[in-house]
Design a protein around this ligand. Structure first.
Ligand SMILES: Cc1ncc(C[n+]2csc(CCOP(=O)(O)OP(=O)(O)O)c2C)c(N)n1
Length: 372
């Protein structure tokens, strides 16, 4: 097969991701060769990252435990994706916007959202338990890829208002097969919307492995076709993640248009507590990725530079345990919920269908209370 050299063929090269995923630490936490395009984050910033990852890991573990106690309807863990989650939270200013999925609770905790409010949706209490405007964080999206368009629209709107706000939006590898993903990338590129598209490629869309999802060289390459700057990074390397995300934030804020960052990572737990991962992956694979644990890698690196020691680790453990105790106590309080809230906050003005459904539920509840 011969392909004709298209006009301006070389122009696409500036959008190409690195040939190999950007990496600073090897699997054991030893410093490897640095990528000069991404300045290594300062020691202080890496120590802060370690703290956020440590607290995030404990939060994630506590949320998983709350499903077993019936306090959460469901919880999609981001254990293993800790470096992606924390780098995403740390590269933003409080005035920027974050658009998370159901998987990204650890990033929301690092953004400073009250943890009980954060889990309100997964507890089945509210569509979104926190105030999105206060925290500049959209509700966690479950319909795959929809958040990519929300982020693009918001970011474009902010530029129209003359502000330098940027938006960071998460999605998984599976979501890159959705139409919304392509529409968002194209719109953001054409209108130079300041968006960071962070694709956490954790190997699976529930049970569907990446090999059945896409045969693109990498998911980052998908940006090239839309004229979106692309990068791929070792998502289990905290130093590389923070370096790339900091640069991505600087790049989009400077008005250069959007970027897509693919983080190669792995979800250690099942898709959610309701999933049995042993049906589609074997223990050896999980073991392999446990050997690339982002928290252990950063700890090794920081201990090697004497930036943390046993005293710091003990203090962090105490802080994380106190937060977990407070979260358990907060989640053990039954909050009264009004079923009518389901209808109240969907549209500014209710649609006729919604009014009809509300009347139906009201009638059912009234009939039920008459019975008792
Ligand atoms: C539009 C839509 N289709 C299907 C689903 C069902 N679904 C929920 S999670 C999921 C897999 C998503 O995988 P990926 O995007 O890789 O993200 P991950 O869960 O691995 O973070 C699917 C198919 C959905 N939520 N929304």
């Amino acid at each position: 097969m011969t392909l004709m050299e298209p006009v301006g063929a070389r122009q696409y090269q500036k959008f190409l991701p690195a040939e190999h995923a950007v990496q600073y630490l090897d699997a054991t936490g030893e410093l490897t060769e640095s990528d000069a395009r991404y300045p290594r984050p300062s020691d202080d910033r890496l120590a802060e990252m370690y703290r956020n990852m440590f607290l995030g890991r404990r939060f994630d573990q506590q949320a998983t435990a709350l499903t077993k106690q019936g306090r959460l309807a469901v919880y999609p863990s981001s254990r293993g994706q800790d470096a992606c989650q924390i780098a995403a939270a740390m590269c933003l200013r409080p005035t920027d916007w974050m658009f998370p999925t159901y998987r990204d609770s650890m990033a929301l905790a690092a953004r400073g959202i009250d943890q009980v409010e954060l889990l309100g949706m997964l507890a089945g209490e509210w569509h979104c338990g926190y105030d999105p405007v206060r925290y500049r964080t959209a509700p966690q999206c479950t319909p795959l890829a929809t958040q990519l368009l929300h982020a693009t629209g918001l970011a474009y709107g902010e530029t129209r208002k003359g502000r330098d706000t940027i938006a960071l939006v998460f999605c998984g590898d599976g979501a890159t097969s959705e139409g919304d993903f392509h529409e968002a990338l194209n719109f953001a590129a054409v209108f130079k919307a300041p968006v960071i598209f962070l694709v956490q490629n954790n190997g699976f869309a529930i049970s569907v492995p990446i090999a059945r999802q896409s045969v693109a060289p990498t998911l980052a390459h998908k940006g090239v076709g839309y004229g979106v700057g692309s990068e791929q990074v070792d998502g289990n390397d905290p130093v590389a993640m923070l370096a790339v995300m900091d640069e991505a934030a600087r790049f989009v804020r400077a008005g250069n248009g959007p970027v897509i960052v693919e983080a190669h990572t792995y979800r250690i737990d099942a898709h959610t507590n309701a999933d049995d991962a042993s049906r589609y992956r074997d223990d050896a694979e999980v073991e392999h990725w446990l050997g690339r644990d982002p928290l252990a890698r950063l700890e090794k690196y920081l201990r090697g530079k004497a930036l943390i020691d046993d005293g710091v680790a003990d203090a962090l453990t105490a802080e994380a345990e106190a937060a977990a105790t407070a979260l358990r106590a907060g989640m053990n309080v039954d909050r009264p919920t009004d079923p009518m809230d389901l209808f109240r906050y969907v549209f500014a003005e209710q649609t006729p269908q919604l009014r009809e459904q509300q009347a139906q539920v009201e009638a059912e509840l009234a009939a039920e209370s008459e019975e008792h």
